[in-house]
Design a protein. Structure first.
Length: 378
């Protein structure tokens, strides 16, 4: 157990983390488990091979309800803030999205679900207050309410079997599908999604039942508690962006390699072209390649190249051509891996660059992402 700053917020699972002897750290204003006695490496591999249980209750959960009762009005209002097709989202389906600003940068990334009579939205912990203000200021035709509930992520190839012992109907869910399910007698929202690259689920559960639910899942010998350390290495291997590192207000969705998230209806010539912040830049970059792109990077040798490492075109270049935004050791890859931004003309797989680590220029090659193939249930 580690010392906890009493000023930090606590999730409904806080006491369980302490009982499980988690090492707690400050993250986005919360006391969060960074690892358990199993250790980051084994927690990572357990998630890849069996199942890992994560507490992500620090993230913001939001209910957006149209005042008129017509969900299409809420969907169109949301489309004024994000470049994705919300109107075409069918009941029980969810999509990855991003709030953009007038300059075409990303204010936050989020998940949007059509929950029948409302939109269910999950935003990043560090951005949730500003996101709530943004939604309330820009969506007068809707009621925007923060949901006070726990959020658990169960990830890995054995996650379906573990959750199905409590609710067999979750087997019917496909990737990015969501529904309400009874778990331990409580109504919970379960989606087949996550941020590890593995098949898995995210469960929004009432605070009062969160500990019992976590304990019931941990009774399976296939499920282990996993902290923020392995969550970060898992998403890095999966080539997934971390807000504040790989994407922020200075990066556009196209630079970040997220054009797949912008459906045809919102692009040039689409049924609802543009009409979102930064549309001019973003639609232009969709047609003409941006000046820089996010790429995967594999350093030579065993030394990781981490966030902030400058990248150079040549070993003796005077000015950096790019920088690394996320990096570390990939336990499933068995080698150091990174992501970062480079000029578009240097973004081809195999391009050789140099990262400056402790004053030395070390070779690194552009690599395809994800580094580990995803196992989503399609």
């Amino acid at each position: 157990m580690s010392e906890i700053d009493p000023g930090l917020k606590r999730t409904p699972l806080h006491d369980l983390h302490i009982a499980l002897d988690a090492k707690m750290v400050a993250f986005a204003g919360y006391a969060m488990p960074v690892q358990y006695p199993l250790g980051v490496m084994k927690e990572h591999l357990t998630t890849r091979e069996n199942a890992g249980l994560f507490d992500v209750s620090h993230m913001g959960q939001v209910r957006i309800t149209p005042r008129s009762g017509d969900l299409a009005e809420a969907a169109l209002a949301m489309e004024r803030l994000v470049p994705i097709d919300v109107l075409g989202l069918k009941n029980g389906r969810q999509r990855y999205a991003m709030f953009t600003n007038d300059a075409g940068g990303i204010q936050d990334d989020l998940m949007v679900t059509n929950a029948g009579d409302h939109l269910y939205v999950v935003v990043n912990a560090a951005c949730k207050e500003q996101d709530l203000e943004h939604l309330r200021a820009e969506m007068d035709e809707c009621l925007v309410d923060e949901i006070d509930a726990a959020l658990l992520a169960l990830q890995g190839p054995r996650s379906e079997a573990a959750l199905a012992t409590l609710a067999p109907e979750v087997i019917e869910l496909g990737f990015m599908e969501s529904r309400e399910v009874s778990l331990l007698g409580e109504q919970c929202r379960v989606s087949r999604s996550g941020y590890s690259g593995e098949d898995g689920f995210e469960v929004s559960a009432p605070n009062r039942s969160a500990v019992a639910l976590a304990q019931a899942l941990l009774e399976s010998h296939d499920v282990a508690p996993v902290g923020l350390g392995a969550r970060d290495s898992l998403r890095l291997e999966a080539g997934l962006c971390l807000y504040g590192s790989d994407i922020d207000v200075t990066t556009s969705p196209i630079e970040a390699g997220l054009k797949w998230a912008i459906q045809r209806s919102r692009r040039a010539g689409g049924a609802r072209e543009g009409n979102f912040p930064g549309a001019g830049r973003i639609l232009s970059e969709l047609e003409q390649q941006p000046q820089r792109l996010r790429v995967g990077l594999k350093p030579d040798g065993r030394a990781p190249m981490r966030h902030g490492t400058p990248l150079f075109a040549e070993v003796d270049s005077s000015e950096p051509c790019g920088r690394i935004t996320s990096g570390g050791f990939g336990p499933s890859v068995g080698a150091p891996i990174s992501m970062g931004y480079v000029p578009s003309e240097m973004a081809d797989t195999g391009t050789r660059l140099f990262g400056e680590v402790r004053g030395k220029r070390l070779p690194v090659k552009v690599a395809e992402i994800p580094f580990v193939a995803n196992t989503y249930k399609r």
